[in-house]
Design a protein around this ligand. Structure first.
Ligand SMILES: Cc1cc2nc3c(=O)[nH]c(=O)nc-3n(C[C@H](O)[C@H](O)[C@H](O)COP(=O)(O)OP(=O)(O)OC[C@H]3O[C@@H](n4cnc5c(N)ncnc54)[C@H](O)[C@@H]3O)c2cc1C
Length: 446
C-alpha cells in the first residue's frame, strides 16, 4: 500500500516529525517549489517546555498543543498525514509508515528524542516520565490521586510515601517540576486537603552531577538550588539513582527515600528511524550529521533537532537538545534546500545560543544570556515573556497568559481534576505502592 498523496511534478520533500525542528522547516519552505509531505504520529505540535505545568495542574493539555493542520492550513505546497514512520529504505528512496509506503526525493527526519532510563528496564516500568502530553496528563492524574489515597490510610509512613515526590534529574525540567509542586504544597493543597498534615509532604530533587542545571552557568545552578531550598525542596547532588522498586528509591550514596511517585526527567536519547546505517548512530542514538545536517553517507537524507548530532569545538558531543537548536536547524535547512534546488553552495549550520532559562516557582527564575545573567523576579518575567512568544498559536498564547494571570492573582490552580475512572479512584484497601496500571496512560482526547 502506498500513502495516498496528490500526483505532482515537483520534487517531493518528506518531513518526519512536526516538532520544533520539522515545523519550523515546513513553515520556512512555504514558497519553495517542492511538494512537502509532513508526517507525524500525532496531529498536533507539542510545546514541551510547558509539559511540567500540565503535570502540576497549572495548564490544560490543549493549551500547549496545537493542531498541525491548523498551523499549516494556508500552506499550499504542503500535505499533512498523521502516520508513524517505522523504516527508511535509502536504496529505493522510500519510507514505510503505519499508513503505507511513500517515495521521497529529499527526506528530513525530525523525530526528536525519547526518555532515557540508562538501560534500566525496571525503572522504566515504575517511574513516571515527562516527555509527551500523555505523560503530563497521566502524571497530573497520578499526583492528585495520591492525595485522595493518602486520606484513606492511618499509617503515617504509608501516608508520607503517598504525598512525597521524588524528581530524578536536576536539569531545567526537574527544577521547574519541583518548584511547581512546592507551590502546590504551599498554596493549594492545604485548602483542598485540610485533613492531611502537609508538613510531611516531601519533595526531593535527585541529581547525579555535582550541581543543578549543569548545562547553565554555575551561578544559575547555585541560585536554583537556593530557590528550591527556600521552597522546602530537598536537593541531593552527586547522587545517581541505583534503583526503584515502586516503594523506595535507592541512591548511589546508600540513602533510600520512600515515595509512591518518582518523576523521571533525567535525560533523553535520540529517537531514530530504523533503516539508516548503524554507523550513522552515536552511543545515545542520535544521528551523525555534517555541517549541513546531512546524514553522513547519504546525499538526500537530513536530520534536524534533538536527533541530530553535529559535534563542534564548543559542543564536543553535539548541540544541546533544546528547542532553539531545533528551530535554528530547521531554518538553516530550509535555506539550504532552496539553495540546493538552485544549484547553489550550501551554508553550514552555526548555532547562535540566545540564552537559557529555568523557572523555580513563583517570582523565581534564573537566566543566562550572552551578555548578562539574571536571577529572581527579572528572570521570571523574561521566562514568561519568552515562553509566551514561542508558544504556537494565538489562542494558546492567550489561554496560557490568562491562566498565568489568574493563578498569580488568586494563588489558585483550577485544573485539579482527576481523570481515569476506576484506575485512579482509590479504594480503602489500596496499598501505598501503586500498581503498574496506575502509572499507565489514561486515554487523552485533545
Ligand atoms: C519536559 C521537557 C521540557 C523541556 N523544556 C525545554 C525548555 O525549557 N527549553 C528548551 O529549549 N527546550 C526544552 N525541551 C527540549 C525541547 O522540547 C526539544 O529540544 C525540542 O522539542 C526538540 O525538537 P524536535 O523537533 O527535534 O523534536 P520534538 O519537538 O520532540 O518533535 C518530534 C516530533 O516527531 C514526531 N515523531 C516522533 N517519532 C515519530 C515517528 N516515528 N513517526 C512520525 N512522527 C514521529 C513526534 O510526534 C513529534 O511531533 C524540553 C523537553 C522536555 C521533554
Amino acid at each position: 500500500m502506498t500513502v495516498n498523496v496528490p500526483v505532482s511534478n515537483l520534487p517531493r520533500l518528506v518531513i518526519i516529525g512536526g516538532g520544533f525542528a520539522g515545523l519550523t522547516l515546513a513553515r520556512k519552505l512555504k514558497r519553495a517549489d517542492l511538494q512537502i509531505v509532513l508526517l507525524d504520529k500525532n496531529n498536533y505540535h507539542t510545546f514541551q517546555p510547558l509539559l511540567y505545568q500540565v503535570a502540576t495542574a497549572g495548564l490544560e493539555p490543549d493549551s500547549i498543543a496545537y493542531p498541525l493542520r491548523k498551523i499549516l492550513r494556508r500552506q499550499k505546497n504542503l500535505i499533512f498525514r498523521m502516520a508513524e514512520v517505522t523504516t527508511v529504505h535509502p536504496d529505493s528512496q522510500e519510507i514505510e509508515t503505519s499508513i503505507g509506503r511513500l517515495r521521497y526525493d529529499y527526506l528530513v527526519i525530525a523525530t526528536g528524542s525519547r526518555t532515557n532510563y540508562f538501560g534500566n528496564a525496571q525503572l522504566g516500568e515504575k517511574v513516571m516520565p515527562l516527555k509527551s502530553i500523555q505523560d503530563a496528563f497521566n502524571l497530573r492524574n497520578f499526583v492528585l490521586a495520591r492525595f485522595e489515597k493518602a486520606l484513606l490510610t492511618n499509617d503515617i509512613d504509608e501516608r508520607e510515601a503517598l504525598i512525597s515526590f521524588v524528581i530524578v534529574g536536576g536539569g531545567p525540567t526537574g527544577v521547574e517540576t519541583a518548584g511547581a509542586l512546592a507551590e502546590l504544597k504551599r498554596h493549594i493543597l492545604p485548602i483542598d486537603y485540610p485533613e492531611l498534615d502537609l508538613r510531611r509532604m516531601q519533595i526531593h530533587v535527585i541529581e547525579a552531577a555535582p550541581r543543578l542545571l549543569s548545562a547553565m552557568s554555575e551561578p544559575a545552578g547555585e541560585h536554583a538550588d537556593k530557590f528550591l531550598k527556600e521552597l522546602g525542596v530537598t536537593v541531593w547532588l552527586n547522587a545517581p539513582v541505583k534503583g526503584y522498586d515502586g516503594v523506595k528509591v535507592e541512591l548511589g550514596n546508600g540513602k533510600t527515600i520512600r515515595s509512591d511517585t518518582v518523576i523521571w526527567t533525567a535525560g533523553v536519547l535520540g529517537a531514530p528511524i530504523a533503516g539508516l546505517s548503524p554507523d550513522s548512530l552515536t552511543h545515545n542514538q542520535r544521528v551523525k550529521v555534517d555541517n549541513f545536517n546531512r546524514v553522513r553517507g547519504y546525499e538526500n537524507i537530513f536530520v534536524i533537532g534533538d536527533l541530530a548530532c553535529l559535534p563542534t569545538e564548543s559542543y564536543e558531543n553535539g548541540h544541546p537538545m533544546v528547542a532553539q537548536v531545533a528551530m535554528q536547524q530547521g531554518r538553516r535547512l530550509a535555506e539550504n534546500l532552496m539553495r540546493l534546488q538552485r544549484g547553489k553552495e550550501l551554508q553550514p549550520f552555526i548555532y547562535n545560543n540566545l540564552g537559557d532559562l529555568a523557572t523555580v516557582g513563583r517570582n523565581r527564575a534564573v537566566a543566562d544570556f550572552a551578555h548578562f545573567k539574571a536571577q529572581g523576579f527579572l528572570a521570571w518575567v523574561l521566562w514568561i515573556f519568552i515562553h509566551l512568544m514561542n508558544l504556537v498559536g494565538f489562542r494558546n498564547k492567550l489561554i496560557v497568559l490568562i491562566n498565568w494571570i489568574w493563578n498569580y492573582i488568586t494563588y489558585d490552580r483550577s485544573i485539579r481534576l482527576i481523570f481515569g475512572g476506576s484506575r485512579f479512584t482509590p479504594t480503602a484497601s489500596s496499598k501505598s505502592s501503586s500498581t503498574t496500571s496506575d502509572r499507565k496512560p489514561t486515554t487523552l482526547v485533545l
